[in-house]
Design a protein around this ligand. Structure first.
Ligand SMILES: [Zn+2]
Ligand SMILES: [Zn+2]
Length: 99
C-alpha cells in the first residue's frame, strides 16, 4: 500500500503520469513518473507493524516493528533486567549485548 503525502489518501497502486519537458528536435520530451492516482502527489510506502498491526510509513519500521512498539519492548526489557539481575550483572549484559 502507498499513502499520498499531499492528499493523504491510501491506495494499492501508483498511477503513471507523463510530463512534457519540452520539445527536443521534432519530438516532445516526455518524462514518466509514478504518483498518487487521485491528485498526482508524491507518496511513500506503507507497512504493517508486526506487533500492533498498525500502518506506518515503511521506513519508520525497524525489523518490521514501529517506534511505539519498539519503545515498549525496550522498556519491558529494562524492567525485566532490573527485576532479574543485579547492577553488576546488568552492567555486564549491557557491555556484552549493546541494548
Ligand atoms: Zn494524492
Ligand atoms: Zn507497532
Amino acid at each position: 500500500m502507498y499513502k499520498c503525502e499531499d492528499c493523504g489518501r491510501v491506495f494499492g497502486r501508483l498511477k503513471r503520469y507523463w510530463e512534457n519537458q519540452g520539445v527536443v528536435g521534432d519530438s516532445p520530451l516526455l518524462e514518466r513518473y509514478w504518483a498518487c492516482p487521485f491528485c498526482g502527489g508524491s507518496w511513500y510506502r506503507l507497512a504493517d507493524c508486526a506487533v500492533c498491526g498498525q500502518q506506518w510509513a515503511a521506513d519508520q519500521l525497524s525489523e518490521g516493528i514501529c517506534p511505539d512498539c519498539g519503545g515498549m519492548i525496550l522498556r519491558q526489557l529494562a524492567e525485566l533486567a532490573d527485576k532479574e539481575f543485579s547492577q553488576a550483572e546488568r552492567r555486564y549484559i549491557r557491555e556484552m549485548i549493546e541494548i
